[in-house]
Design a protein around this ligand. Structure first.
Ligand code: G3I
Length: 320
């Protein structure tokens, strides 16, 4: 591989990937590419609640530590993903809520302890945390997760306050998908963050996941949406970019994919508040896409054998 995304001539941000811990441990070529190419990383699954507390009160930090320790050894900055989500929760928690053995007051304490424990553990080593993930539904209402139904909407403000207490220097983000184009979601998220900040809740940034597919139009207004959030005084980040396609791969599809990646980076670079550009996996060898979208895949910058695709080269030459 010849290029180095982090050696691009633009200032920050340089492309950064989500890391598969199993691959980091067992695949030397994956590890080598990760550490050669990138200066900023996030954990794809290792920091999620089901990973760090699979049994109540029993914390398993080995995987999250592996990402953070590897990053430290290679001078990489780390993004924390995530603290409050409706997915990948430990079974003891969801079952306890369902069967009524965990009531609202206890659930609130459990959430506070989770946030405090995890954020404190990595204090000073995480640049930014996705504090709440996917809390707005497609229609612009608050998602009816166990958090909303058990604790009411105040859980969001609580989560940010607890995170700030645990690490006052980490940037604290709202993170969501389809925020690149879905107008009810965009308006609701802007309103939510304005409201939180008017109450003094420490929200610092907005994360656009950016799970795109070339069978859909590129969300052409995305950079303008970024600007609307930046105008509130927020940091902006692309947090989970990938660009999938209906298989088989063809040169034409790879060219379209490259254009989508390039437009996303160009958009981010055109917004001074855009601080990070994270891709959700960097190789087609390890990507969530084929497991979730039947007949789709090839969404990453490098192919299965870690050979750079046209999208990789496009990122090297993207400018605002
Ligand atoms: O850990 C188990 C393993 O023990 C078991 O053998 C295996 C069998 O299927 O499953 C493993 O768990 C999988 C887990 O990833 C870890 O690899 C789950 O089945 C699988 O559902 C899970 O998928 C993750 C998904 O979030 C869950 O919602 C993806 O890897 C991950 O890329 C994806 O990431 C999310 C972001 O966090 C939030 N935004 C959307 C994005 C894509 O869905």
């Amino acid at each position: 591989m010849t290029g180095r995304p982090h050696a691009l001539t633009f200032p920050a941000p340089a492309p950064a990937p989500a890391v598969d811990v199993a691959a980091l441990r067992t695949e030397p070529d994956y590890r080598a590419a990760l550490n050669r190419e990138f200066t900023n990383v996030t954990a794809e699954n290792a920091m999620k609640w089901e990973s760090v507390e699979p049994q109540r009160g029993v914390h398993t930090w080995a995987d999250a530590d592996a990402v953070v320790d590897n990053a430290r050894r290679h001078g990489q900055q780390v993004r924390g993903h995530n603290l409050v989500w409706h997915n990948q929760l430990p079974a003891w928690l969801t079952e306890g809520v369902q069967n009524g053995t965990i009531g609202a007051a206890e659930l609130r304490r459990i959430l506070r302890d989770h946030i405090t424990t995890e954020v404190r553990r990595y204090k000073g080593r995480i640049r930014a945390w996705d504090v709440v993930n996917e809390v707005i539904d497609e229609d612009g209402t608050l998602r009816k997760s166990i958090w909303l139904t058990q604790l009411g909407p105040g859980y969001i403000a609580d989560a940010f306050r607890w995170a700030r207490q645990a690490d006052p220097r980490a940037k604290l983000y709202v993170n969501d998908y389809n925020l690149e184009w879905n107008s009810p979601k965009i308006e609701a998220t802007l309103a939510l963050i304005k409201d939180l900040r008017s109450q003094g809740v420490p929200v610092d940034g907005i994360g656009f996941q950016g799970h795109l597919g070339i069978q859909y139009d590129y969300p052409g207004d995305w950079a303008n949406v970024m600007r609307r959030f930046a105008d509130l005084g927020l940091e902006v980040a692309v947090t989970e970019l990938d660009v999938r396609m209906v298989l088989p791969v063809t040169p034409e599809k790879l060219a379209t994919q490259a254009a989508y990646y390039g437009r996303a980076l160009t958009g981010c670079l055109s917004v001074p508040a855009c601080k990070e550009f994270t891709v959700w996996g960097f190789t087609d060898r390890h990507s969530w896409v084929p497991g979730w979208f039947d007949g789709e895949g090839a969404a990453c910058l490098l192919d299965e054998s870690l050979t750079p695709k046209p999208a990789y080269t496009t990122l090297l030459t993207s400018t605002p």
